[in-house]
Design a protein around this ligand. Sequence first.
Ligand code: BV8
Ligand code: ZN
Length: 251
Amino acid sequence: MIEEAARLMARSRFAIAFTGAGISAESGVPTFRGPGGLWRQYRAEELATPEAFRRNPRLVWEFYRWRMNLIGKAKPNRAHYALAELEKMGVLKAVITQNIDDLHREAGTENLIELHGNIFRVRCSVCGYREDLKKSGRLGEFLAGKSLPHCPDCGSLLRPDVVWFGEALPEDAMNMAFGLAERADVCLVIGTSGVVYPAAYIPRIVKESGGRVIEINTEESGITPVADIFLRGKAGEVMEELVKMIGRLVK
Ligand code: BV8
Ligand code: ZN
């Protein structure tokens, strides 16, 4: 199976990757639907919503500060680096991720589409103000803060620049991702339960456009029914093996 996957990737004209929380599990970032849920007694779906933010912005900011702290300490793992290497080899044309943990960028992936935003960016809930806390160097101050953050331009509440449940995905990111999926002849799907839409359409669009889908996951998922090849295992282990085999084929 993995040999066939390596051949498919090595021979591909336009391969892309579609990733979910499972690719960051080995970096110590908790997945959404894994055992024990995400944070205290809450499920992500209860807190990652505009209603929760309106009702209790303090609790939602506590949740995101907790995750920013945890993700800020996480490092990319072998799977993130393997995708960056495939891009440098010219085999992978883009990574489309549902993750907000910035680990693909840290691992060196250049052509990256973040469908659900980025936890290190904040934006104003009213005006267009946006800030990348890593670039502005204000991440530490932000995490140390306990009070609610306000917009320097209009004074309104700042919110994480991520897509909450019930919110539309960023237009440009979604259009780019759908366009890439239509062009792709191979899509490598890594570590997603495939239950969140519209992101989960990506592998289906690849299939409908005549492309092939290779899935890497520790268990079957909502994507498995459309996968041509299912590689059961941890993303880090399988990706390390796969990149080695592809490297031998494209020489
Ligand atoms: C939308 C950012 C419409 C925030 C996220 C009722 C009301 C409103 C909407 C809906 C509704 N019912 C359904 C919907 C649609 C909803 C949806 O799909 N809900 C699901 C739960 C049924 N979608 C939305 O609301 C979307 N918006 O529909 O808007 C609209 C349209 C126009 C105008 C206005 C409105 C927005 C969805 C985006 C939500 N934001 N994240 C944050 O992170 O805080 S989604 C969240 O789930 C993360 O982004 C995450 O990436 C994503 C998907 O989860 P996965 O990545 O798949 O992670 P999961 O834990 O599920 O699975 C991990 C997998 O990895 C598992 O399969 C596991 O086996 C595997 N794994 C584990 N370890 C490893 C591994 N694999 C390999 N190696 C390992 N080591
Ligand atoms: Zn503002």
